[in-house]
Design a protein around this ligand. Sequence first.
Ligand code: GLA
Length: 395
Amino acid sequence: MSERPDPPTTQAPPGAADLAARFEREFGRLPDGVWQAPGRVNLIGEHTDYNEGFVLPFAIDKTARVAVAVRQDSTVRLLSTYGDQGLVTADLAALAPGSAKGWTKYPLGVVWALQQRGIAVPGLDLLLDSDVPLGAGLSSSHAIECAVITALNELSGAGLGPEDMVLATQRAENDFVGAPTGIMDQSASLRGSKGHAVFLDCRDQSVQLVPFDAESAGLVMLVIDTKVSHSHADGGYASRRASCERGAEALGVKALRDVRSRDLPKASSLLDDVTYRRVRHVVTEDERVLQTVELLVSDGPGAIGALLDASHDSMRDDFEISCPELDLAVETARTSGAIGARMTGGGFGGAAIALTPVEAEARVRAAVERAFSEAGYTAPEIFTVTPAAGAKRIS
Ligand code: GLA
């Protein structure tokens, strides 16, 4: 494990110059800079973050990028390359929960959250581009928020450290966007590092970077986007969170982080069946995260397949946040050669991951595509990801 920062980028990656040129065409002047932040895949540790537990996500090689220039007035003008809303204009003094629509909720939510901390955010022109698939459970919204907060932290001179940027983006999500999510996604996006997973203790935000090099173990990490879209502002996520809070209260602990699997027999006598199974998922998932970290360090990625499988089964049976498409993706990947597979992210749709030997990749892809077609499901999108750097300025 290490805390090694990523080396500074010496060359602007493709995309920064194009985005700056597009910004100049749209806004009639050059941006002050271009910033990027990645989406994430969670290797393991699902619905443990808001229970003050452990997570092990990594930043992926798909990013949101923002070109931004400061204005001298209190206007924010927002445009995206998706082109779905055209130019959106807002006034800094009028931002409030419920005042924004579509993707503009994310940048405006960040501006609002910084204002709530007493930070004077200047007027802005902003152009967004992103290749993080939307609604796939890869945290496209946090990628936008983290790119924006990294830009605004610099442009406003706020000087926030990563822990405070994590909390500010969580405030944006919880109170402006209206999704009661935890701190995993933005921690991965802001604190990720090439070649590493981010082992995060969600109680105190301490981070250890754990080497995760699938390639040198002869493996690839496949993402299977089921195309079933989900939103954490819908009821399922909030109801799981409420069950966990009820469980912690009934068991007399601050958070489920404080319960161990040896406490489960007693918990089963104190809780109703549904709450008990929600609690059992969180408690066993925390333990799986710790075991995964140990195994990655001692034996490498080839050793963690069974833990990925157990995590999925627990989400399917105890936490009940999977769906038939995710179960089919996971089951088919396993039976056609993956060494471990699980849904990733908040659930109710989105993506599964399958850790797969290089020589089985084509077979797994073909088997999943065939299974989806035979079941009459929309064709999935399947691609590989590798652990990439966290948010940064790229030009
Ligand atoms: C979503 C949330 C995270 C986390 C996961 C589930 O991605 O944004 O905070 O709770 O679901 O692990």
